[in-house]
Design a protein around this ligand. Sequence first.
Ligand code: PHE
Length: 334
Amino acid sequence: KELIAEAEAFKAQSKEEIEAFRIKYLGKKGVLNDYFAEFKNVANDQKKEFGQVINQLKKTAEEKVSALKEELESKEEVKGIFGDLSRPGEPIAIGARHPISIVKNQIIEIFSRVGFNVSEGPEIEDDWHNFTALNLPEYHPARDMQDTFFIQTNPDILLRTHTSSVQVRYMETNKPPIRTISPGRVFRNEAISSRSHCFFHQVEGLYIDKDVSFADLKQTLQYFTTEMFGKSKIRLRPSYFPFTEPSAEVDVYWGLESEIDHRITKGTGWLEIMGCGMVDPNVLENCGIDSKVYSGFAFGMGIDRITMLLHQIGDIRLLSENDVRFLEQFKSSL
Ligand code: PHE
């Protein structure tokens, strides 16, 4: 019985020690064989108890050997994988969010505070959602405003030139009141330079309800620019978009009295940041919304442009080249 306790308490550091233990108990000349040989000499009335004890000892010794072996193997495995466990760990390289994502999230956050949700749609679009529904019928000269990558002609399939296409999809499937912004990548067949690329990113917004006016539009944009750029002045210049009437271009003033950092713009003045307007009744009707009951406004801005302004990026191509030396500089921003 003492041997059982001893076997249970046994500890080993190496294969050799385990093997010595095995030989001592379970080997040919081991303790157990001695006891089994002794068995026939034990008095009949004690045979039962004696038998039980040596069987228990055998079991304990066998289990101990396999448990010790397993323990040792797993330790060696750990060592094999990790080497010296007391060494200091490898530093983890933490990535940075892309500047486009940072600015996009900022814009989403600002508009979500006044009740806009986020809607998304496909980058490969059909002619209806990108053009026709937006009051740009086939052969309309305004189609030339956005040089288009066609994937297939007749029926036309193309890379969307703006995320207004998402707004069309949203109006087709949702009833007013509608308050949604559509961020996403858009494509235009333009020569690549430091200032323009064949793809870039937009956030477009849409607000449809009863009695929505141009004043609501201006106030919403003023709220946005103040949140985005600090205390700022905006100005709406008459412009033209086929899907809005009236239409305007929005300039923000990087003036001395504003909080906008003048290093960004290298001086002061008016800077164009987006297009906007009251949604053309034809567009509402095309999307199944009664233009006699509802009105609304829409706006659209380029995220790349705003990112370049805010982060003093001089070349739009940096935003898609994936140069880690550039991307790493945004580590501290969320
Ligand atoms: N879709 C326009 C563009 O990509 C922007 C815009 C959106 C203008 C909504 C007015 C209203 O240029």
